[in-house]
Design a protein. Structure first.
Length: 186
């Protein structure tokens, strides 16, 4: 993300990043739909956060109708980790929190930086960072955290979720490392 925001990633690299994120969000939103009726799913799954339509809009802008092929061990590992949470919905929360709240926390700023770096206008190409559907981010994030607290996880379950948050962070970092090796301008 540092390289991207510093303008050292090519438009082709950013397009690849969006395609990578699309695969991650397909897994997040598919599994989220399946787990929506569980206590964990009810705590976090929210249609207003869904990113696939925004990612598709951004990919249409950046790829100009071309299909972006993704062969990424880092993405495959992350998707597999998300899909494995079907068997433990509490662990799904770790991935949901890491991605959606991470995007929500920095999304508007990242969108503005990218708009400047790539000379974008009218929000084209940066829909992924538009969370206007949730209203003001801080109250939304506060409510999200309250719902997490209300899950009433045992100390053992909370430790497992925390370990999965760390794993999700590492999986995200691996995607950025892979992308950096492929596309960062020197």
């Amino acid at each position: 993300m540092t390289e991207l925001l510093a303008g050292r990633m090519s438009p082709q690299g950013y397009t690849h990043y969006l395609a990578m994120m699309r695969e991650v969000y397909v897994a997040l939103e598919t599994v989220g739909d399946e787990l929506a009726s569980t206590p964990a799913g009810r705590a976090v799954v929210d249609e207003r956060l869904m990113r696939l339509p925004a990612l598709d809009a951004d990919l249409a802008y950046w790829a100009r109708g071309e299909k972006v092929a993704i062969e990424s061990p880092a993405v495959a590992a992350y998707v597999a980790a998300i899909e494995a949470t079907r068997d433990d919905s509490d662990l799904y929360v770790a991935h949901h929190y890491t991605r959606y709240l991470g995007d929500l926390s920095g999304g508007q700023a990242i969108g503005r930086i990218l708009s400047r770096a790539f000379d974008l206008t009218d929000g084209q190409g940066v829909a992924f960072y538009d969370f206007s559907a949730v209203g003001k981010p801080k109250p939304y994030k506060d409510g999200y955290r309250e719902r997490l607290d209300a899950m009433g996880l045992s100390p053992e379950a909370a430790e497992r979720v925390l370990a999965e948050v760390k794993r999700a962070f590492d999986l995200n970092s691996a995607i950025f490392a892979e992308l950096t090796r492929m596309y960062v301008r020197g």
